[in-house]
Design a protein around this ligand. Structure first.
Ligand SMILES: C[C@@](CO)(OP(=O)(O)O)[C@H](O)COP(=O)(O)OP(=O)(O)OC[C@H]1O[C@@H](n2ccc(N)nc2=O)[C@H](O)[C@@H]1O
Ligand SMILES: Nc1ncnc2c1ncn2[C@@H]1O[C@H](COP(=O)(O)OP(=O)(O)O)[C@@H](O)[C@H]1O
Length: 293
């Protein structure tokens, strides 16, 4: 059990404060190996965008944990928000609860890390609201139990990532405007990593290789073969700008020089695809809130 500070429920943040849970992009994703337990060694570059979910959290003096606003298929006890809250309570031993309202904007199963980001925001916010005082690196370690992507959202800095995606080196890279397209399919991360045809032996690269345009997403051929709509979205976007898939899909994205250029293409996106125009951020909007409060 991690050691927690005494509990004070008088935080000025304790009511009505929207906690951002931004989406992420994998600017590239290489699979460099596979562990005996089936998990994959990765190299990836994470950057956040300034669009995402938001959580309204009100702490409770009893031990009730309540979630509202989640889409029906995510409303159960296994939602990553509730799992994160229970994990933090277990780690700290505090006898407290919370009412959490989720405003979901990140497409589910879209390779944009929505579930992991919601979990990370829950850990960071409840750490404040329950006055626990855990440092971010301990919350990130705890979050890894919930998903490989949770630590980068807790740390809140764009990062070069290795291992399962949790060994993080902060980077300061360009912050372009992105157009992100998500066709109406949910891709299962486990399915793509479980595919026999997935390339798993990518030689290790350096940031300079990425900057020189020598990196890609090893999951793309696997996802495209199983989810043709992702291929359609990628081909469509590639007509307008060099496009790539994020994570294991379903979202694809391209960078633009400015917001107007991204919106110009966004207006032409086929109606059945979800589209987001967002700014790349090296500091997560969550970190900005923490620093301001
Ligand atoms: C691929 C990435 C790239 O950022 O993103 P998404 O496409 O999911 O957004 C992540 O590594 C996903 O992280 P996350 O979504 O947290 O995945 P997890 O819940 O930890 O794992 C889901 C499943 O994917 C497989 N998995 C995941 C990560 C990894 N390094 N190796 C794996 O083999 C495992 O089968 C695991 O059971
Ligand atoms: N709060 C949540 N938001 C999104 N997905 C969630 C959440 N809680 C649990 N999940 C589960 O996590 C899975 C992965 O979702 P998500 O993080 O949106 O996609 P990805 O891993 O492709 O980035 C979903 O299929 C869903 O069952």
């Amino acid at each position: 059990m991690l050691e927690a500070r005494p509990v004070v429920l008088s935080s000025p943040l304790s009511r009505g404060f929207p906690w951002p849970a931004p989406a992420k992009l994998n600017l590239f994703l290489h699979v460099t190996g596979r562990r005996a337990n089936g998990y994959h060694e990765l190299q990836t570059l994470f950057q956040f965008v300034d669009v995402g979910d938001s959580l309204h959290i009100t702490p409770r003096g009893d031990q009730e944990l309540k979630l509202s606003g989640a889409p029906a298929d995510l409303a159960g006890e296994d939602n990553l928000i509730l799992r994160a809250a229970r994990l933090l309570r277990q780690a700290s031993g505090v006898p407290l609860g919370a009412e959490i309202h989720l405003r979901k904007q990140i497409p589910v199963g879209g390779g944009l890390g929505g579930g992991s980001s919601d979990a990370a925001t829950t850990l960071v916010a409840l750490n404040r609201l329950w006055n626990l005082g855990f440092p971010l690196h301990e919350l990130a370690e705890l979050g890894l139990q919930l998903g490989a992507d949770v630590p980068v959202f807790v740390r809140g800095q764009a990062a070069w990532a290795e291992s399962l995606g949790e060994r993080l080196t902060p980077v300061d890279i360009e912050q372009p405007w992105y157009l992100i397209l998500t066709p109406p399919v949910q891709v299962s991360t486990a399915e793509i990593f479980g595919a026999p045809e997935l390339r798993r032996d990518h030689p290790r690269v350096q940031l300079a290789d990425y900057l020189a345009g020598r990196c890609d997403n090893d999951c793309t051929p696997v996802t495209l073969a199983r989810y043709p709509l992702v291929g359609e979205a990628l081909s469509w976007l590639n007509q307008h700008a060099p496009a790539r898939m994020s994570g294991t899909g379903a979202s694809v994205f391209a960078a633009f020089a400015n917001e107007a250029a991204a919106h110009r293409i966004a207006r032409q996106v086929p109606r059945s695809w979800h589209s987001i125009v967002a700014r790349g951020c090296n500091r997560s909007p969550l970190l900005e809130v923490i620093d301001r409060s």
